[in-house]
Design a protein around this ligand. Structure first.
Ligand SMILES: C[S@@+](CC[C@H](N)C(=O)[O-])C[C@H]1O[C@@H](n2cnc3c(N)ncnc32)[C@H](O)[C@@H]1O
Length: 257
């Protein structure tokens, strides 16, 4: 029974994530949805800045804090290991929803592109960014990244595992294509407002810091393989030469903490 409940929990967390992620695309792009990065009642600049910084800070602390090994070690004494990732996904999605809900618009124009071609180009770059994010979730393991694999393996009474080290597709050219996708999606807009700029600057700064932590974890799990990859392949901006894919080795068993 607990295996079935864990599986249902994993699916529900994933559905909530999917809904909040789709909403976030329209929120950042400022289209279709009732509350966007530029909509809502405007307040004075300082309170708006403080609220937005607090929301971004909460997201950053939860997102990176809950991903640390020490936290997971402690946390999995409280919740079962197979639902740890789904819980992470669920709490991240809920904080993202709160962030979008309570986000304060700062309407001052930073830039506004008038030319029709320029506007379409910027929309195109933002769309490309979101597409890269989506595609990269599948390049390594979509199901594992969002906790579905873990609850499925638990349902089947199988061992948990990490995805093997691999460099498929864009990972041959840069180490963090998903984050490059976020950069494009957050910065490419024909109408840059004060609120959007704050969002883009803060999330970019956060991503650059978070990647240091992620790489420390990747080195711990994959060791020299990742160290060599780091030397060979740039972090976010592709070099000119193509790289050979690495994908022959096996999935890694989750080490006992
Ligand atoms: C949110 S994804 C982001 C991946 C990467 N930072 C990016 O921007 O494309 C983070 C997960 O990807 C995994 N990961 C990142 N690079 C990997 C690689 N080359 N091989 C296997 N797993 C990887 C990490 O273990 C982590 O669980």
């Amino acid at each position: 029974m607990k295996r079935i409940l864990a599986f249902i929990y994993g699916i529900l967390s994933y559905v909530i994530f999917l809904a909040s992620f789709c909403y976030a695309i329209a929120f950042v792009g400022d289209f279709w949805v009732p509350k966007t990065i530029n909509s809502g009642a405007t307040s004075a600049l300082v309170p708006a800045l403080l609220v937005n910084m607090a929301l971004l800070g909460a997201f950053a602390i939860q997102h990176s804090g809950m991903a640390r090994r020490g936290f997971k070690r402690w946390w999995t004494n409280i919740i079962p290991k197979p639902i740890e990732r789904s819980t992470y996904v669920l709490i991240s999605s809920m904080i993202l929803i709160l962030l979008m809900w309570f986000w304060q618009p700062i309407p001052a124009t930073v830039w506004s592109v008038e030319s029709e071609l320029g506007r379409w180009l910027l929309w195109g770059v933002a769309a490309l960014g979101w597409l890269i994010v989506l595609v990269t979730t599948y390049l390594i393991s979509h199901a594992h990244l969002f906790g579905l694999q873990q609850v499925y393996d638990f349902l089947q009474a199988r061992d948990l595992w990490y995805p093997r080290f691999q460099t498929p597709g864009l990972y041959r050219y840069i180490r963090h294509p998903m984050m490059l996708g976020f950069f494009l999606a957050f910065w490419a807009t024909p109408e840059m407002t004060g609120g959007h700029l704050l969002f883009a600057v803060a999330t970019s700064g956060y991503i650059l810091v978070a990647l240091r932590f992620e790489e420390q974890d990747l080195i711990r799990v994959f060791g020299d393989q990742y160290r060599k990859y780091r030397k060979r392949v740039p972090m976010l901006l592709p070099g000119i030469k193509g790289r050979k894919a690495v994908s022959k080795n096996r999935n890694v068993k989750v080490p006992s903490e």
